[in-house]
Design a binder for this molecule. Sequence first.
Ligand SMILES: Cc1ncc(COP(=O)(O)O)c(C=O)c1O
Ligand SMILES: [Zn+2]
Length: 413
Amino acid sequence: MSAALFNPRFQGARCVSCRREWMPNDIPFTCPDCGSLLGTIDFIYDFQKSKPRPPATILHRDLWDWKDFLPIEPPESVRLLRVGATPLISADTLASDIGVRRVWLKDDRLNPSGSLKDRASIVALAHAIGINAQIIAAASTGNAASSLATLAASCGMPTVLFVPETAPEAKLAQLLLHGARVIRIKGAYDDAFELCAKVCQKHGWYSRNTATNPFLTEGKKTVILESVHQIGEAPDVVFVPVGDGCILGAVHKGLCDLQAAGLIERMPRLIGVQAQGAAPLVNAREGTLPVQTENIETFADSIRVGLPRDQVKALRAVKETGGAWIAVSDDAIRRAMILLAQKSGIFAEPAGAAAMAGLIEARQKELVREEESALVLVTGHGLKDVKGAMSAAPLAPDAVEPTIEAVEKVIDF
Ligand SMILES: Cc1ncc(COP(=O)(O)O)c(C=O)c1O
Ligand SMILES: [Zn+2]
């Protein structure tokens, strides 16, 4: 990759476990000594020599406006669709219902493919284009794949996507319509992940597999850079839905970068929210890695993960910020979907509402105090999983005759 494409503040990378370091030009995707699970990589910046600048205005163009915090300069071809610069909503009714001072919802449904994953895909694509990769591949529970299919199509990069055969239909429709080569795996996401990693290695394809590509963390961290900028300060607590733990690790990385750049003074507490039926990180015992759970089950398909690939960064995020881990039941997620839909007009997919379920649970357990402010990440659009939404929604009414009398019989107000 041409050095001209690097941000001059970008200094290199460090293994999260053994702390070995690399210069920008020879960074591996994971540490060869520690392996792909424990040897995930942190990117390092020097914000002292030249101060990074946040965008001048709140309403900016896209996540590349944060280029001072990103490793590479984007080629113009990755800016066809707007990724990032999503709205932040002050949900005052929800805040008073839940009993906290403020609730902010970061509405990342409004990325081009309908999920936060677009932030990672676009930075991976910029890197792949920069190193002249010919094919980009990923394994995914659905959203990373639909994100990559969408954005790769926007910049003309061929894509191969490995998904579990149970991926929701709308997500599959996105892949197929955008022209990706789709490999449906008879197995779970974890099987798709292993297979994709092997095929990428064998054929020299660029891998956008979560956690094992550090450029993804850099893309995802822009969600918190934007949120803090939109709020005007760091909130007290941040709620993040967790499957592999990449978003949570990235939120932590973004906050550490903001702190290093002198743009925030105090670190919010980070709360990782998992579904009760797929909660390896919630159940993790101190100091035992790798963390893994067999027989996982939840209707929140995007966080149905048995072996979290970004576990080192996710566990570190909660520990270093004095945060907490919370498991929420599928019914609590359904209630959060209804609350978001009816009290703020936000239609989220199950995983996209899990962080809200986490806030409600955390308030009940007094993990968040009345005078505190909470940022909740809404990570995926409800239209991506209509079956999941219908399982949360009230029952559809019986059809009535097309007459005024029939209508008046069924209305009760
Ligand atoms: C909508 C949504 N929310 C949350 C997550 C969890 O992210 P991570 O796997 O990085 O923990 C995902 C991952 O697929 C997702 O698609
Ligand atoms: Zn290492």
